[in-house]
Design a protein around this ligand. Structure first.
Ligand code: ADP
Ligand code: MG
Length: 694
């Protein structure tokens, strides 16, 4: 149960003074649904209010606070004219207040003629006369402390003013209860961090723009807290998995040997290295939970197969899960014939399999007649039961969360888990998403892969590339044509792809095909088959072209509006044309205007094919949250921590979390109790409930 002193943090903002239903709805637009969301809503700028002693010392175009005397109200000649209030300072210099769409009663009440007021707002020199339109503040001179000299500036939405947010955050800060300190005191001192409460006060009361920097002590403190909550909950998951005794899987190697002899190639050193790491895990007493990272085309499938065969050699079953039906089918097509040769059985289970065929498959699975099951998430619905599942491989599934991963393995008898991904995730980000896992990397491609000739050119050049594409199709090579990504709506993506399809049909007739995300699996598969067989030579697609799809004849990848894609995504797309042995090329078409960062990013694509280098460079240019494209990544989006600025904090938090779990695994000691508060505060309730005793 969440401790009661945290209730105010999780109350609706409408529990705060001045928030009605209407503003609560507007706040929701800003992602603010609970009071704690307000506290996490950090200012991105500051307004400095210059205190002017007289009109002569006003700063043109800046925000000034000044004491004035109201001289005269000038009603507008018509509705189109503003309401004006003529004022003077103590030296009789004039300053006119200007109100458009004014409420005269309100103005007269707040600025009676002859009275003195302190006002604050942006002042401008207009035809030699000083003006201030719509002052932000109008107060009695004795209330001058109501006007701040420095004001934080927050992200807003229509109907929510900065002043309103400032006031709410003030209320939220005041409603906060003191919390126990969860940082280890020496550690806190060494990092020079304020307390959590002090940090919150400081971030919301910046004294200047340097207080907005991610490296300010207060921001570091909050970032550390968030990262520690993330790392601690992952460490708790990992501890649970480790505690569950695994099985010692160490086959005699015969099946694996036979398969290796069948392959037209030998393993790369990198494949051999990660396999030895995997075999070691499988043989150990604790369960395997390992992430295998390998660039596109590095040969992860064979590693997965050998891992599964190790389990089969021990008389158990294995399963491999792919994110889509197309990919599952592709794995099946690779694996099934190989298994057949050594007298083993593979089966394919997707959501499409129904009725008797499905029943039969499930029976064979239960009887142990199926050695390796290949499928989509349909593998893990309730009635799928194995005779003895010892090994689960999840391909391209970084989209899964930590807990889903664990649920999958519950099908098995303490099954080992291998998660494979081609997404080049920088090392530090791996900690945040996969901090619960061991990690292997295939850091080498099979020999003989030729580089892809990558060009960056403006969209206007489309007409020039058509003849080149035509020549390729005449040589029976295949071309992918990927259409722009429009974040907000898949419908627009599809419309763009359809339009391009129609245009290309004029040149390529029925040699051009189209796939997009709204098509049925079966239709998609049909188009892909026709592309593979060469019936279609040019494939227009939205980004749905499946990650990892294998068409060795594909040699050209054309991407429209490449600047709208994440680099990881571009890298994945390009990876698809280097599966064969013909020279491949990739054309990145960009639209105008192309910003400096976008140009730099496309140039990285042109200059290197190293997925990890690309990811690191992208991280430098754009920051961590975006690297995988938010839509598909399982990598956490942080609210307070920023990458790469807080990378070092992440590494420290990782060590801290490991130390905590080693010394107080159920968080029962005094610091442990405080850390439970931290987990609740960052909404890791699940971790507290599931992984902690007491
Ligand atoms: P990915 O890591 O992208 O899933 P795949 O497992 O699909 O890569 O392998 C890509 C291609 O490389 C396949 O055609 C596969 O047969 C081939 N391959 C895998 N390992 C090797 C190797 N050691 N030497 C040569 N080719 C290999
Ligand atoms: Mg693959």
């Amino acid at each position: 149960m969440r401790p009661s002193f945290l209730y105010p943090f999780f109350a609706s903002p409408s529990s705060l003074r001045g928030v009605g239903e209407k503003s609560a709805a507007l706040l929701e637009k800003l992602g603010i649904e609970k009071t704690v969301d307000l506290l996490w809503h950090l200012p991105y700028a500051v307004h400095v209010r210059h205190r002017a002693t007289s009109v002569r010392s006003l700063k043109n175009g800046e925000i000034n606070t000044i004491k004035i005397r109201v001289v005269e109200h000038i009603s507008p000649k018509s509705n189109r004219h503003p309401y004006q209030v003529l004022c003077k300072d103590k030296e009789e210099n004039e300053l006119t207040l200007v109100f458009f769409k004014a409420y005269p009663d309100f103005i007269r009440k707040n600025l009676p003629e002859g009275s003195e007021r302190l006002i604050s707002g942006k002042t401008e020199l207009f035809n030699g006369c000083w003006q201030m339109s719509h002052p932000d503040y109008i107060v009695m001179p004795e209330n001058d402390r109501q006007i701040p000299d420095i004001e934080p500036v927050y992200g807003l939405t229509a109907g929510i003013s900065n002043k309103f947010i400032c006031r709410l955050i003030g209320h939220a800060l005041a409603a906060m209860q003191p919390l126990p300190e969860w940082l280890e005191p020496n550690h806190q001192k060494a990092l020079n961090l304020p307390s959590f409460a002090e940090a919150l006060q400081q971030v919301h009361h910046p004294r200047g723009s340097c207080d907005l920097l991610p490296t300010s002590a207060a921001r570091m403190r909050l970032a550390y807290d968030e990262l520690l909550a993330n790392q601690l909950s992952l460490a708790l998951v990992r501890k649970k998995v480790k505690k569950q005794a695994g099985r010692q899987i160490a086959g005699n190697g015969l099946l694996r040997q036979t398969i290796l002899e069948q392959l037209p190639f030998s393993l790369t050193d990198a494949q051999a290295k990660v396999l030895s790491e995997i075999y070691r895990d499988q043989a150990s007493e604790s369960r395997m939970l390992r992430l295998l990272q390998g660039d596109v085309g590095s040969g992860k499938t064979i590693v997965a197969l050998l891992t599964m065969l190790n389990a089969v050699e021990c008389g158990a079953q294995a399963a491999i899960m792919a994110p889509t039906e197309i990919l599952a089918k592709q794995h099946f097509d690779t694996i099934a014939p190989l298994l057949e040769k050594i007298g083993l059985n593979a089966a394919l289970l997707t959501g499409r399999l129904k009725g008797k065929a499905r029943t039969k498959l499930l029976e064979e699975l239960k009887d142990g007649k199926i050695n390796i099951l290949i499928g989509t998430h349909a593998l893990f619905v309730e009635d799928v039961a194995f005779a003895d599942l010892a090994c689960v491989v999840i391909d391209e599934q970084h989209r899964f969360g930590v807990h889903q991963r664990l649920n999958l393995s519950d099908k098995g008898n303490r099954a080992d888990i291998l998660v494979m991904t081609a997404t080049p995730i920088p090392r530090t980000l791996i900690l945040t998403a996969f901090g619960d896992m061991e990690y292997s990397k295939i850091d080498q491609l099979p020999a003989g892969r030729k580089p892809v000739d990558t060009r960056v050119m403006p969209l206007g050049k489309i007409d020039d590339i058509i003849p080149a594409v035509k020549r390729k199709t005449e040589k029976d090579e295949r071309i992918y044509w990927v259409c722009p990504l429009v974040e907000e709506s898949e419908k627009i993506d599809i419309a763009a792809a359809e339009k391009r399809f129609e245009i290309l049909q004029k040149t390529f007739g029925d040699q051009v095909g189209l796939v997009h995300g709204k098509m049925k699996e079966k239709e998609k598969e049909l188009v892909m088959e026709r592309f593979k067989s060469g019936e279609i030579k040019l494939l227009v697609a939205t980004t749905v072209i499946e990650v990892g799809v294998n068409v060795p004849e594909a040699t050209v990848m054309i991407i429209e509006h490449a600047e709208r894609f994440g680099l990881a995504q571009l890298h994945q797309l390009r990876g698809r044309v280097k599966r064969g042995n013909k020279p491949a090329s990739c054309i990145l078409l960009y639209g105008y205007p192309l910003g400096e960062t976008s140009r730099a990013r496309l140039n990285i694509m042109r200059d290197t094919e190293d997925g990890f280098l690309i990811a690191e460079e992208d991280l430098k240019l754009r920051g961590g949250g975006e690297i995988l494209g938010t839509r598909q990544s399982g990598v956490e989006q942080f609210l307070l921590a920023e990458m790469p600025e807080h990378q070092n904090l992440l590494i420290t938090a990782n060590k801290d979390a490991q130390m905590i779990v080693a010394t107080d695994p159920d968080l029962l000691g005094p610091r442990g109790q405080a850390l439970r508060t931290l987990l609740y505060l960052f909404e890791r309730n699940h971790a507290v409930k599931t992984y902690l005793a007491g």
